[in-house]
Structures are given as structure tokens and as C-alpha cells.
Design a protein around this ligand. Structure first.
Ligand SMILES: [Zn+2]
Ligand SMILES: [Zn+2]
Length: 350
């Protein structure tokens, strides 16, 4: 089959690789119907995380179960969403809803705990370990699913679940004011999540017109383009001089985290989900203003069924974050488009 391999910063290639197979009784092989490029794929692509040797990449995909090991209860032909890590569903962290800390789980695109390769998501098929625990089944949908619905289901693999985690850990309540820092796909899904939780006012921080338009469609009532001191000032002016009840930090840089913490009202909470790169928390400022910071890597598996059902019911259309669709052959071009911010998020079709 063909799959994406990252060789070095700026160098991703679609290559011929061995077909995945069921190795362990808990495995399934999923044929990928759609995958995508994630903002976090850009960290190694931009050289922020070193690539020491060529490796598979891609961790967001949906597809159809093609083969199953003896212990797997999913049927062949079942449409499934794969969360961005695989997990057993049975250990203590999994049972407490932190599947990202699964004691038997791991990530896509590297070896599992027995040394068997787990394929990356940006390919034609994937060996899925711990398939019963990992995969979210979607009934009534097959590989010919309409593109809009396909896009929305694909967001349940990462960005919608991650935006939802930010809003959940921030503790967004009905009628509250929420600021969202970050206008990537996760930030936009954070706006949508805040709306689903009944936020009264949602302030999206964004400088890009196409992203502002999606944010407004998802429920943003205000857009703030300014950053730094001016951004904080603009948020205060919209919130009676106090700051927002809840802030979602969906970037992961020091500046974004500082923006988030300074945008919160005294006693407010920041829910953070951006992969941290060089963040130092201003603990004295947090102490003085009683600002809470909660969050971490999103256990999207915990939210899989609820978000799937909201998508299937037509309550939400998070798939609107995909503003480009490309064939898997053009994966290098998809990375370039994401890197240059020419696209919010690119869906790839094998
Ligand atoms: Zn991702
Ligand atoms: Zn587990």
C-alpha cells in the first residue's frame, strides 16, 4: 500500500510500504476512507521537533474495518473513527476517561509495545491495535458517505474532541463569556464546543478573515484581532473590564498561554489543549488573580460516542474546518498549504 513518510523537516513523501496485517488477536486492519494533516504534524515538518529517522506520520483517520483478530468484536465493513491515540478501554486510566494515558496504548506511526509497527493515519490502511477499545463505530454510514458528513466524522478523530476537551476542562457553563485563543481547527472547534455548552458570549481571537467567518458560523459573537496588551485590553472592554469567565488556549505557545491567562477574569479558568512548546506559567499572576489552568492532551476517545451522535443528528457540522480536500498523492502539497496557512485544514482521500 501507499503511506506517508516524514524524512526530515519539510520533507514528506508518499511511499510504497508493506500492507498492514492482523498481528495480535486484538488488532484490526482499517482501510482509510479519509485522513488529514494536523497542526501538530507541522511541529516536525517545521523542524521544531527533530526527525531523527524516516517515520510514518498521520494520526487522524476514519475508515472501514477490513480484517479483525479473534478478540475483536467489530464486524468487517464497520465504519469507524480512530482517535489520535489507540487505547485498550479497560485499564484504570481508560476507565477514568484519560485514554491518552492508557497503560497498554500508544500513538500512530511507530512500534507498539511488542515492537510491531502501527501504521500512520496518512496512508491507505492502518493496523489498529486494541481495536475494541480504540475505534468508535459509526452505524448507518459506509465508505460512500456524503463528503460533508465524512468531514465532520473525521474531526471526531482529533480537533472536535480536542476543542471539546478545552471547553470541558475550562468548565464552560450556560450563559458565560468565553474567549478562544487560536483560530486553527482546534480553536474553531473550541468555539463550537463553547456554543454547545451554552456560552452566552464567545470571543474568537483571530486575524484571518476566512477563519473569522468559520468562527462566527460556529457561534462566535465577537472577534478580536489584536494580540498582547492590546488583545487583553480588547477582551476587557468586551467584558465590563474584568476578563472572561473561561478561556480556551488552543495553540500551545508561551505567548498564546499568556494571552489566555491574562484574558481570564479573577477566578476564571483557562482550559488548555495546545501541545506546549516553551510555555512558562506566570504563577504569580495566576496566584494574584486566582486564575485556574486545567487541561492537557485531549482524551478524545472519551468523547467519541457523544460527538459522533451530535454529528449524526446534524446538531453540529465541525467538518466546516476543512477548507481543502486533496488526494493522498498530493500529501506534500497538503503540508505546504497548512504550513503557509493557505488552508485551515486539509482532508486527504486515498
Ligand atoms: Zn491531530
Ligand atoms: Zn487502557
Amino acid at each position: 500500500m501507499r503511506a506517508t513518510v516524514i524524512h526530515a523537516a519539510g520533507d514528506v513523501r508518499l511511499e510504497q510500504v508493506p500492507d498492514p496485517q492482523v498481528v495480535l488477536p486484538t488488532d484490526a486492519v482499517v482501510r482509510v476512507v479519509a485522513s488529514c494533516v494536523c497542526g501538530s504534524d507541522l511541529w516536525p515538518y517545521r523542524g521544531a521537533n527533530e526527525v531523527t529517522e524516516p517515520r510514518r506520520i498521520g494520526h487522524e483517520f476514519v475508515g472501514v474495518v477490513e480484517e479483525t483478530g479473534d478478540d475483536v468484536q467489530l464486524r468487517r465493513g464497520q465504519f469507524v473513527v480512530a482517535p489520535f491515540v489507540w487505547s485498550c478501554g479497560g485499564c484504570a486510566p481508560c476507565r477514568s476517561g484519560v485514554q491518552t494515558s492508557c497503560e497498554r496504548g500508544g500513538g500512530w506511526g511507530g512500534p507498539d509495545r511488542d515492537g510491531h509497527l502501527v501504521d500512520g493515519g496518512q496512508g491507505e490502511a492502518v493496523r489498529v491495535p486494541r481495536a475494541n477499545g480504540t475505534l468508535v463505530p459509526v452505524d448507518g454510514v459506509d465508505e460512500d458517505v456524503e463528503e460533508g458528513l465524512l468531514k465532520s466524522l473525521l474531526t471526531c478523530s482529533d480537533v472536535m474532541g480536542t476543542g471539546w476537551h478545552a471547553a470541558t476542562r475550562a468548565g464552560v457553563q450556560e450563559g458565560e463569556t468565553v474567549v478562544v485563543v487560536g483560530d486553527g481547527a482546534v480553536g474553531l472547534c473550541g468555539v463550537l464546543s463553547a456554543r454547545m455548552k451554552g456560552a452566552g458570549r464567545i470571543i474568537a481571537m483571530s486575524r484571518h478573515a476566512p477563519r473569522q467567518a468559520v468562527a462566527r458560523e460556529f457561534g462566535a459573537t465577537d472577534v478580536v484581532e489584536a494580540r498582547g496588551d492590546e488583545g487583553v485590553q480588547a477582551v476587557r472592554e468586551l467584558t465590563d473590564g474584568r476578563g472572561a469567565d473561561r478561556v480556551l488556549e488552543c495553540v500551545g505557545t508561551h505567548d498564546a498561554m499568556l494571552q489566555a491567562i491574562r484574558s481570564a477574569r479573577p477566578g476564571g479558568t483557562v482550559g488548555y489543549v495546545g501541545v506546549p512548546h516553551g510555555i512558562e506559567l506566570p504563577i504569580e499572576l495566576m496566584f494574584r488573580r486566582n486564575v485556574n489552568v486545567a487541561g492537557g492532551v485531549a482524551p478524545v476517545r472519551a468523547y467519541g460516542e457523544a460527538l459522533r451522535d451530535a454529528v449524526l443528528a446534524g446538531d453540529i457540522e465541525p467538518g466546516k474546518v476543512f477548507d481543502a480536500v486533496m488526494p493522498l498523492d498530493d500529501v506534500a502539497e497538503a503540508y505546504t498549504a497548512m504550513d503557509e496557512r493557505a488552508a485551515i485544514k486539509v482532508m486527504l482521500r486515498p
